[in-house]
Design a protein around this ligand. Structure first.
Ligand SMILES: CC(C)(COP(=O)(O)OP(=O)(O)OC[C@H]1O[C@@H](n2cnc3c(N)ncnc32)[C@H](O)[C@@H]1OP(=O)(O)O)[C@@H](O)C(=O)NCCC(=O)NCCS
Length: 148
């Protein structure tokens, strides 16, 4: 079994090739990018390099969103720095090398730690520390990730 967050050498090489030509994406506020993800409040988004954002993601960056280097975000993830349904607001930080599974929701004020993995379909309402696997509704830490 492939250890979480510690891919074998071949996969590491594939990733290096994949990001060799990485360029900062062109993002127009409220318009889908060429990869079909969309940002509102783009002036408050800080996007690191070698980041990978899947199709149909929605990022409301109005109150600040920081996506550090090497972050991977699965398709359909929703990142809300402002949530008008429950009047929540706060900067979101996705620290370097973390991964967010498909269709998860990240709520205002949350920080996801370095190297951590959030499982698919999670509802993240609280900070997730570095080097852990977390998932669920609401997301909870399941275990530490070794070999990161
Ligand atoms: C969280 C994750 C990384 C865990 O992988 P894993 O360690 O191989 O876990 P397993 O598949 O062995 O699952 C272990 C158990 O947790 C459960 N589980 C796994 N992921 C879950 C999730 N996201 N939410 C709820 N339960 C989950 C499984 O049902 C299983 O339950 P069981 O013990 O009752 O059988 C993986 O399930 C996941 O969500 N990956 C994200 C995939 C994705 O989004 N890809 C698209 C973007 S590239």
């Amino acid at each position: 079994m492939t250890p979480l967050n510690n891919p074998p050498a071949g996969e590491k090489i594939m990733k290096e090739i994949r990001f060799k030509k990485w360029k900062k994406p062109l993002i127009k506020d409220g318009k889908p990018t060429k990869w079909n993800w969309l940002v509102r409040g783009v002036e408050s988004l800080e996007l690191g390099k070698d980041t990978d954002i899947g199709a149909f993601c929605y990022i409301n960056a109005t109150a600040g969103v920081v996506i550090e280097n090497n972050v991977q975000i699965g398709g359909g993830v929703k990142i809300y720095s402002i949530s008008t349904i429950d009047n929540k607001k706060g900067k979101i930080v996705l620290k370097k090398n973390c991964k967010i599974g498909a269709n998860s929701v990240i709520m205002p004020g949350v920080t996801i730690g370095e190297n951590s993995i959030v499982g698919a379909l999670s509802f993240v309402t609280k900070d997730i520390p570095d080097n852990v696997l977390a998932y669920g509704v609401p997301a909870k830490v399941i275990k530490k990730i070794d070999n990161v």
